[in-house]
Design a protein around this ligand. Structure first.
Ligand SMILES: [Zn+2]
Ligand SMILES: [Zn+2]
Length: 216
């Protein structure tokens, strides 16, 4: 299973880490969080030679989901995720885009995800964790065998997702991280929605938001 490759394309003025995930042998892959700058995403897809099977969304914010409707139409592929609790955000993408001067369209996923669901990308199997707090419908994708995860805006290197946006909940976020992400194991590497990648172990030991029993 060392055939799995990932490429990160920072998109939108928020520098969101749109991630391509594909199998280098079969070339089958997924686009995770196509928030915008679709021309750059399309170029990156072409460079990898991958064949996009689906679009995955970690949550409903514009920098993650703003380009999903157009890319879905372009590629003729389904959208899977996030959890349905983010429906209100996906319905409002056009309005929220206007506030930032971004063109975006609402998107309705072909499949809403729940805790315990499984998503496939080619022959790669990803477990779905529902991790509310940053947004109510945030999900995390975990490849347990390959020891990596895609965590969206739940956890960052040295920080955690903001909780001051509609539906945000600081206590729920810390609970999601402590109850669901930390138990994945220190060796699990993750790609997050903004900034550099990290590991669960590095964050468990050094992330100031996760020290002691303190709750935001
Ligand atoms: Zn977000
Ligand atoms: Zn974000």
């Amino acid at each position: 299973m060392s055939d799995i490759r990932a490429a990160i394309i920072p998109v939108t003025p928020f520098q969101q880490n749109c991630t391509l995930l594909w199998n280098d042998r079969t070339k089958k892959g997924a686009v995770i969080d196509p928030g915008g700058d679709l021309d750059r995403i399309r170029r990156a897809i072409a460079e990898t030679g991958m064949s996009v099977e689906k679009i995955l969304l970690t949550h409903g914010h514009i920098d993650h989901a703003g380009g999903a409707a157009e890319l879905k139409e372009d590629l003729g592929v389904p959208v899977e995720g996030p959890h349905e609790a983010d429906r209100f955000l996906l319905d409002r993408l056009e309005e929220s885009g206007r506030g930032y001067g971004l063109k975006a369209r609402p998107v309705t996923p072909d499949r809403w995800l729940q805790e315990g669901d499984v998503v496939t990308v080619g022959d790669l199997v990803l477990d779905v964790l529902h991790c509310p707090g940053h947004s109510p419908g945030s999900v995390v994708f975990v490849a347990p065998g390959q020891r990596f995860a895609i965590v969206g805006d739940v956890l960052f290197q040295g920080s955690v997702g903001r909780t001051d946006l509609p539906g945000g909940d600081g206590r729920a976020l810390i609970r999601s991280i402590k109850d669901k992400l930390l138990p994945l194991g220190d060796d699990v590497a993750f790609i997050c929605g903004h900034g550099p990648a990290s590991t669960i172990g590095q964050e468990r030991q050094t992330n100031p938001f996760l020290q002691g029993e303190a709750i935001v």
